[in-house]
Design a protein around this ligand. Sequence first.
Ligand code: FPP
Length: 248
Amino acid sequence: MALFRKSKNSEPDFSQIVLPSHIGIIMDGNGRWAKKRGLPRKAGHTAGAKTFRKITRYCSDIGIKYLTVYAFSTENWKRPSDEVNSLMNLFKSYLEEALEDFKDDSIVVRFIGDKSKFSDGLRSLMLENEESSKDRDGMVLNIAMNYGSRDEIVSAVRNISADVKNNIISIQDINENLISNYLYTSGQPDPDLIIRPSGEYRISNFLLWQSAYTEFVIMNKLWPDFEKSDLDEALKIYSSRNRRYGGV
Ligand code: FPP
């Protein structure tokens, strides 16, 4: 089903809808996708990585300014070591390619989360990616790895307390804006839209502070099956929402 009127070059025409500036995606359903096909879970993650590339490019092409994807949570270390290892290998091979990837789209790559838990090799690849893309002027892509929103808030509280103790700020300076500026997403707008494929109605410790007024769209598609047209549909749903931010 065509969700948007097609323009001449057959790309969807977004002129009739309000585009979100910042989209968050919980890339869920890789394991179920693999199970349905009798494949090991890691095959689901590999397929999920392909979807991630495709949807990231598409978001950049249609003019989204910020995209935050949930790739690995602080809780995901509890998975069987075989699955964790295959995810780490996938991240490593992806990050090696990513040094070149997304260059043409001018995408700025950032990692949000506690990097200290990753291997030296993975950590230096993350830093290399951030460093080499930081001066680009396209979409900002936040890849959440070893990310947990509660952990992020705990670390913000610690850093704020240290700055109060060292007289860098005073207690009176602490307000919502200041707290936002101590989070990994400092300086970025809050997400307007969070999409969760795979039909689960959970936030799973993702952008808790930042999503105070975010619109949620839950989709009944497993992440590896997620298509550009599914993103179009989520955008259409978002565009039809009446955002009141607590007003009337
Ligand atoms: C959740 O699905 C998905 C993950 C924990 C991993 C997400 C990782 C990718 C999509 C790989 C690509 C990322 C990058 C940055 C290369 P699940 O395993 O919980 O699925 P299930 O709920 O069906 O078991």
